[in-house]
Design a protein around this ligand. Structure first.
Ligand SMILES: Nc1ncnc2c1ncn2[C@@H]1O[C@H](COP(=O)(O)OP(=O)(O)OP(=O)(O)O)[C@@H](O)[C@H]1O
Length: 237
């Protein structure tokens, strides 16, 4: 594979916040056709990695390439990034938030957006202002806004945060349903490993800014003879 065939390639990637070294030489290559579970304890660098790939933070060392280019304006159109923070305008209705997103991204899929609103039980809330939505409903809206894009690189930072456990299965099915194996990579940064690991093709485990595990999800389960959740709890607690 040459450089441009990787959707994301980081080499010895370093990111610091003042004296805190959040990423300490991360080497990762992500190609199309995978859901990658990005896991690790609090502060291990998951969000920082996603933000660097999304072009929101600049590396302090090493490099990151998105389809062979340094992250910037050009690469942002290839990356659908759902941050953990709530970035929605409170005064907008659900419909207006979707329309705003549709107008600023170049790869909006209106049909999928309508399907996702229905699937995520938001279709009856179209005229509801964001400020009147519960935290879980806002999380669903963020997910709909992200997954309605046809971006080759989808980065989801704790997408299930705030969503009630019984609904998470539906959300995960939405994620798989929208996933196009031949074109996209989905990176799912999460602490909800038990609920999401069935979607993982590959697991990247970060610890203190370095990659401790980067392995096929099924091979990892077989190697330890337990679920990824159990591996996280027992081996890396
Ligand atoms: N804006 C910031 N300013 C200073 N330090 C930061 C900032 N953002 C993150 N850090 C630090 O960088 C390190 C990595 O943080 P990061 O948020 O990337 O980890 P994470 O794995 O996503 O954590 P969590 O699971 O808690 O969301 C931590 O030590 C954190 O305190």
């Amino acid at each position: 594979m040459n450089d441009t065939q990787w959707l994301v390639e980081s080499t010895a990637l370093v990111k610091r916040y003042g004296r805190v070294e959040a990423l300490r030489g991360v080497d990762l290559r992500l190609g199309a056709g995978q859901i990658v579970g990005l896991v690790g304890p609090n502060g291990s660098g998951k969000s920082t990695f996603l933000k660097v790939v999304a072009g929101l933070l600049h590396p302090d060392g090493g490099s990151v390439k998105v389809r062979g280019r340094s992250p910037g304006l050009e690469t942002k159109r290839w990356v659908a990034f759902q941050p953990e923070i709530d970035h929605l305008y409170r005064w907008m209705t659900v419909q207006q938030a979707m329309e705003l997103q549709a107008s600023v991204v170049g790869d909006w899929d209106a049909r999928r957006a309508a399907e996702l609103l229905e699937f995520l039980n938001l279709h009856q809330q179209r005229r509801t202002p964001v400020r009147n939505l519960s935290r879980g409903m806002r999380a669903r809206l963020k997910l709909a806004m992200t997954l309605s894009r046809n971006a080759p690189i989808v980065l989801l930072d704790e997408p299930l945060s705030g969503i009630d456990p019984p609904s998470r299965g539906r959300i995960i099915r939405a994620l798989i349903g929208q996933f196009r194996t031949d074109e996209q990579v989905v990176v799912l940064a999460t602490h909800e490993v038990a609920e999401t690991e069935s979607t993982f093709d590959r697991v990247v485990f970060l610890e203190r800014g370095t990659v401790k595990i980067d392995e096929d999800a099924q091979e990892l389960r077989e190697r330890y003879g337990k679920s990824i959740q159990a591996i996280m709890e027992e081996v890396y607690a």
